[in-house]
Design a protein around this ligand. Sequence first.
Ligand SMILES: O=c1[nH]c(=O)c2[nH]c(=O)[nH]c2[nH]1
Length: 305
Amino acid sequence: MSKHVLAQNQYGKAENRIVAVTRKGSDGAWHEIRDLNVSVALRGEYRDVHLTGDNGNCLPTDTTKNTVYAFAKEHGVASPEAFGILLAKHFVTSQAVIHEAQIRVEEYAWERISVPTRKEQHSFARKGQEVRTAQITYSANTGLQVLSGLKDLTVMNSTNSEFHGFIKDRYTTLKEAYDRILATKVAARWANSAPAAADEEHDWDRSYQKVRRHMLEAFAETYSHSLQQTLHAMADRVLDNVSTVNEVRLNLPNKHHFLVDLEPFGLKNDNEVYFAADRMYGLIEGTVHRDGVQPVIATSDWITA
Ligand SMILES: O=c1[nH]c(=O)c2[nH]c(=O)[nH]c2[nH]1
């Protein structure tokens, strides 16, 4: 027997890449695709598996992988959230030793290549870099928690951004900026309310598009005195406009754009020519939630620019 304590543990097959094709129309020529990366983590009665080598409680990770693919056929993929909810509930309700399941989903977007003269619609081009995310956690005790999100959404304002009035100590060299580029690669997560998570009719694609639009509009419309202020405005706008969201966490790397010194060439740089640095970067992170709601989104996830 070990004298040490087995603490939090979980297991399952990670990064199951799955492309689900749905055929629509009377002849099935209209295709819709969902391109996902699905990770399964199971939590429960796994002391013996770790301590004695008894695998009697262990549902193989291979089975969790098979379940993901079989569920895509049996239930379809309506959205990352709906698919994750189905899987999480399945694992917890089908095996007594599994107390909690967490499903993490990334979705890669494709857009249709529309050829007007062609009836078949089965050609797609990968859309941008943006990745949609969902994390579904289910247990009989705590119920369903659905976190939605996105990452790798790069945005820029080429003006309407200042940064000045900051602390100056003996190490400060930064010049005050009254007109600068503000650029970031947005990583966002938002917590959906319990009623939305429990609502089997909830339109997850619609709420995703709504949150995304409000975040981007707030980014574009906020006259920024710091990326921190912009972060707050983006999260605030989502909470004001999407009633099913209770909490928003944003990780915003400040993708610095430095004015190039053109004076050696006898040229004046009127905020026209910048050097785009890819690192290092300021990293601005924060959570905004409704008053009276307990925040649930982890603050320790490591997101790099
Ligand atoms: O928007 C900003 N916030 C900061 O905290 C900061 N610090 C810095 O050097 N530049 C910036 N920009």
